[in-house]
Design a protein around this ligand. Structure first.
Ligand code: SAH
Ligand code: SF4
Length: 362
């Protein structure tokens, strides 16, 4: 059996069947996959981790995704919206601590007030950081005009997960209405790429009804779309969501975690020079989850710099780690953990996607 995996890993490209075989690898076999991914990482992006200070600035959301703890219809949590000064203070913390990039993320709102506010904030972030900070935004589906305005104001990376590239599964995990339409999500991703963003997407691994074939399809989708960045992690059930009722269908958390590691490793091997984030959800299942992701190909970590008092309310899923800490408390423990994983931290370096740089030079 080992030989079989060995042989596949020697190939330049994988067929869907081969991807399925690799995703199904057993405990011994998967070590070969992880080793290969680690080698590709060292060769193509180096053993460096880039930081993106993550500000989850509001949990107010107009959408109702069936899996998400901050969905519109969940009345079991306190809604918050950070003030501009609080956001900028968090951003300053990132800048002063040489994080070199920030991510602004929130629930999804489509309104003139929201668009204007973000535009102003982006300009302000650029101003207070002498144009130095890299800015990723993850603010859901918007019109082309809105994406363009935010790009012009200084955002240059956008994260919009496809969640699942199988339209049938996508439909199952979202309400059946125009606000949650698969084709709109795809169009948004195309638009982001056309505008010139470094475009990131991702999926949840281990969703109810999701098959290994689906995951192989997701990997092929990301390759064919030629994404620049990925953020992916295991699906983690949340009791105040409609999908909680399917929890009996889920793989045990440890298996979901390994499956997510395999997807990360495969994306590193196949796409080589993209940026891959070790998502917080990895750590929700395994205390060393993010470090393990770094060892199989991830090269970006998003330390949470949201003021501590709000963190408990940005619960997309349960068991979210570090919700009772302040940004400063996290940095030294994180640094030690990254060194343990054998990587250096790219302090002061923006760490833009090499894939994007090559793609746009052509
Ligand atoms: N509202 C924006 C950004 C915030 S949600 C958007 O939806 O794009 C960011 C990501 O959190 C989502 O893309 C989804 O993949 C992830 N997420 C939501 N609920 C989750 C859950 N229960 N388990 C794991 N990840 C989840
Ligand atoms: Fe809102 Fe994003 Fe959660 Fe969907 S995944 S409910 S858009 S925050």
């Amino acid at each position: 059996m080992n030989n079989d995996i060995d042989k596949i890993l020697e190939k330049e490209a994988f067929s869907k069947e081969e991807l399925i075989r690799l995703l199904s690898s057993n405990e011994t076999e998967r070590k070969l996959l992880y080793r290969k991914a680690s080698e590709v990482k060292a060769e193509h992006v180096g053993k460096i981790v880039y930081y993106r200070g993550l500000v989850e600035f509001s949990n107010i959301c107009g959408k109702n995704c069936h899996y998400c703890g901050i969905r519109r219809d969940n009345r079991e949590l306190k809604r918050y919206n950070l003030g501009d000064m609080e956001i900028l203070k968090a951003v300053e913390f990132a800048y002063e601590n040489k994080y070199a990039s920030v991510v602004l993320q929130s629930g999804e709102l489509e309104s003139k007030g929201f668009t204007d506010r973000i535009e102003k904030l982006l300009r302000e972030i650029k101003r207070i950081s002498n144009n130095e900070l890299g800015i990723t935004i993850s603010l859901g589906e918007q019109t082309k005009d809105v994406y363009q305005r935010w790009f012009d104001a200084g955002a240059h990376r956008y994260l919009l997960r496809i969640e699942s590239s199988n339209p049938v599964l996508y439909k199952k995990i979202h309400p059946d209405d125009t606000r949650h339409d698969f084709s709109r999500r795809m169009e948004c991703l195309e638009t982001l790429k056309d505008i010139g963003y470094q475009t990131g997407t991702g999926i949840m691994v281990g969703l109810p009804f999701q098959t290994i074939e689906d995951l192989a399809g997701d990997i092929m989708f990301m390759k064919n779309f030629d994404i620049d960045m990925v953020g992916l992690g295991p699906y983690i059930e949340h009791r105040d969501t409609p999908m909680f009722k399917y929890r009996n269908l889920l793989l045990p958390p440890a298996d979901r975690f390994q499956l997510a590691l395999k997807v990360i490793a495969l994306l590193r091997i196949i796409m080589k020079d993209i940026n891959i984030a070790a998502a917080t959800a990895m750590q929700a299942i395994d205390p060393m989850g993010r470090e393990k992701a770094l060892m199989v190909g991830a090269n970006v970590i998003m330390p949470n710099i949201t003021p501590g008092k709000y963190r408990d309310s940005y619960k997309l899923y349960e068991n979210k780690p570090c919700t009772d800490e302040e940004a400063e408390d996290c940095s030294s423990c994180l640094e030690a953990r990254i060194h343990m994983a054998g990587d250096e931290i790219g302090y002061g370096k923006r760490g833009d996607s090499r894939h994007f740089q090559k793609r746009t030079l052509q």
